[in-house]
Write a protein that binds this ligand. Structure first.
Ligand code: PXP
Length: 240
């Protein structure tokens, strides 16, 4: 039993809804169904431009969900205020650029170090578990610990792309393995996410010390063909 938890990211249900400006498909329904079909948590990213999930989604999902909600936010005062108001059990701080298609890399922890420290302190005091989305870099992991984060989420985007393109992924996998091992050694809970498919999740699930995967784009895409229930079941089979 590897016992890796599965966080299901449902942002792209909102992307489909927003493409037509309608009320469907409903992210709330997706969250409730993900819970029913065995997700351990539900992840949503409230972006500054609200391009997928919006404030109404956050409110309805956090009011109805029984499993933990993992709210991804940028390190801004606006997001801090929202997170303090709603108190999601899990928070993951992510970098955000307006023009990016998706979260392209990990946080630059040095950039807003003092603000991040304050943010983490306030969120933890408000009883949220705080994670930092970072690259598999030892210096960043040390800094995450200094900033007093509870967890780190390793950005797996580069590794997953190499797997998808059938290129050599050994170096990138080794970086992730070292990062996971170091994170555990200094007392951080280690998660992983971004770009994961059945194949990349299967390879990564053999890395000892990863406690949680957060998976969205591939999972929602696959569920168009075989349904959310079967997709979640398949991922759980792979990562457990
Ligand atoms: N983890 C974090 C911190 C993310 O920002 C994202 C993308 O929103 C994911 C996981 C999920 O990535 P994907 O949608 O590529 O599975």
């Amino acid at each position: 039993m590897k016992k890796i938890r599965l966080g299901v990211n449902i942002d792209h249900v909102a992307t489909v809804r927003n493409a037509r400006g309608e009320k469907y498909p409903s992210p709330l329904t997706a969250a409730i169904l993900a819970q029913k079909y065995g997700a351990d948590s539900v992840t949503i990213h409230l972006r500054e431009d609200r391009r997928h999930i919006n404030d109404g989604d956050l409110y309805s999902i956090i009011s109805k969900l029984k499993i933990p909600l993992n709210l991804e936010i940028a390190a801004t005062n606006e997001m801090l205020k929202i997170a303090l108001k709603h108190t999601p059990p899990f928070i993951c701080i992510v970098p955000e650029k307006r023009k990016e298609i998706t979260t392209e890399g990990g946080l630059n922890l040095n950039f807003k170090k003092n603000f991040l420290k304050k943010l983490i302190y306030k969120l933890k005091k408000n009883k949220s578990r705080v994670s930092l989305f970072i690259e598999p870099k030892i210096s960043d992991i040390k800094l995450a610990k200094l900033l007093k984060a509870d967890c780190i989420e390793i950005h797996t985007g580069k590794f997953c792309k190499l797997v998808n393109e059938k290129k050599s992924f050994k170096n990138e996998l080794n970086k992730i393995k070292k990062a996971v091992s170091f994170g555990n050694k200094i007392g951080l809970e280690v998660h992983a996410g971004h770009g994961l498919t059945y194949k990349s999740a299967k390879i990564l699930s053999n890395t000892k010390g990863i406690r949680e995967f957060n998976i969205g784009h591939f999972l929602i895409g696959e569920s168009i063909f075989i349904g959310l229930a079967k997709t979640i079941k398949q991922f759980k089979k792979i990562i457990r």
